[in-house]
Write a protein that binds this ligand. Structure first.
Ligand SMILES: Cc1cc2nc3c(=O)[nH]c(=O)nc-3n(C[C@H](O)[C@H](O)[C@H](O)COP(=O)(O)O)c2cc1C
Length: 333
């Protein structure tokens, strides 16, 4: 008998998010448990061979066995369209300590797409295949796996299956699908059923991504896509305990609901721990960005907190606000 979706132990991954999920936030979130791996912000590859320091800046974890301090594997993401340069820089990434290289076929940024990278590659499945194959071949002697992340397409989803097949045929070992086209940006809803259509056509492990904010969304996504492994991005910032809740659900166990004040506590913890390596101005800016990112999940609670925070300039004022709303920094374990 085929096991049900939840009987198969699902992996949950932390998404790459440029300017948001850098090493200190990756550590804070993965330390909450339930995360199987995370992916770095992208390293952009053009035509030059990048120095090692670029990879170490993007992922200090590469110097520590490519795992977060709490032991969760970190995959290094590359973004580029030229197979040869991608292959050369994948080897540099490996030298820097990367254990898994991930390829970005989904970035919607105009500047990236103008240079033929990110989501614009999805118009040419043969080039998606060529980039993937070049990196797979470059890393084969080192026995390092290559994974990929794509959107459903650029303007429409007509090439989604072809792109996934090209990635599989080129030798990637895993594929994350953000269930929207480039043109759809981040506009809800995510089209999870489209992932199911791709799953019929490939056999490499798939991860569903996009708008999985709650356990109920996870269940709906599993049903619509037939895929039970997921990657969480903004949704991880809005509920870092969702990964553990999904794991508990799959194991038939209960898991406490997240309270808004838990999140405020995590922000306070970040300011005092990982975030302390940044200037006060950066910390304050990042907390405002984080609060704004909570709005789709937490509605008025987050909107109000953001409105109250947006004109504050001093960190002490921000701390006072988060504490007044019930936030308490987590004690170091
Ligand atoms: C601010 C921001 C930065 C992002 N940076 C990256 C990136 O560097 N690489 C990548 O593959 N996707 C990137 N993404 C896309 C996310 O990984 C993810 O696919 C998307 O946010 C949908 O998932 P979510 O609904 O859980 O947020 C970024 C998204 C946002 C909002």
């Amino acid at each position: 008998m085929t096991p049900s979706l939840t009987e198969i132990n699902p992996q949950v991954a932390l998404a790459p998010m440029e300017g948001v999920l850098e090493a200190t936030v990756r550590e804070l979130i993965t330390a909450q448990g339930g995360w199987d791996f995370c992916v770095t912000e992208f390293v952009r590859v053009s035509h030059e061979r990048l120095p090692l320091k670029v990879f170490h800046r993007c992922s200090p974890e590469l110097r520590q066995g490519a795992v977060t301090p709490s032991g969760v594997p970190v995959h290094l993401q590359l973004l580029g369209s030229d197979p040869e340069s991608m292959a050369i820089n994948a080897r540099v990434a490996a030298k820097a300590g990367a254990q898994v290289v991930d390829l970005n076929f989904g970035c919607p940024a105009k500047i990236v797409n103008r240079h033929g990278g990110g989501a614009s590659l999805l118009r040419k499945p043969e080039q998606v295949g060529a980039v993937t194959r070049a990196v797979v071949e470059a890393l084969k002697p080192l026995q390092l796996p290559v994974t990929a992340k794509m959107r459903l397409g650029f303007e429409d989803t007509s090439l989604a299956v072809e792109n996934a097949q090209a990635i599989e045929a080129a030798g990637a070992t895993q594929l994350v699908i953000h269930a929207r086209t480039k043109v759809q940006g981040y506009k809800p809803p995510a089209h999870w059923a489209e992932i199911g259509r791709i799953a019929q056509a490939v056999s490499l492990p798939l991860f569903a991504n996009g708008d999985i904010w709650t356990l109920e969304d996870y269940q709906k996504c599993c049903q619509a896509s037939g895929v039970n492994q997921v990657m969480l991005g903004r949704t991880a910032m809005a509920d870092p305990w969702l990964a553990a809740r999904i794991k508990a659900y799959a194991a038939g166990q209960a898991f406490a609901e997240t309270r808004f004040s838990d999140l405020l506590g995590l922000m306070l913890t970040w300011m005092q721990s990982g975030g302390s390596q940044y200037s006060e101005r950066v910390r304050v800016m990042r907390i405002k960005q984080w609060l704004l990112m909570l709005v789709p999940r937490w509605g008025d609670l987050a909107r109000k907190a953001f409105d109250q925070c947006k004109r504050l300039e001093e960190e002490s004022q921000v701390i006072e606000l988060l504490e007044a709303k019930g936030g308490a920094a987590l004690m170091p374990s």
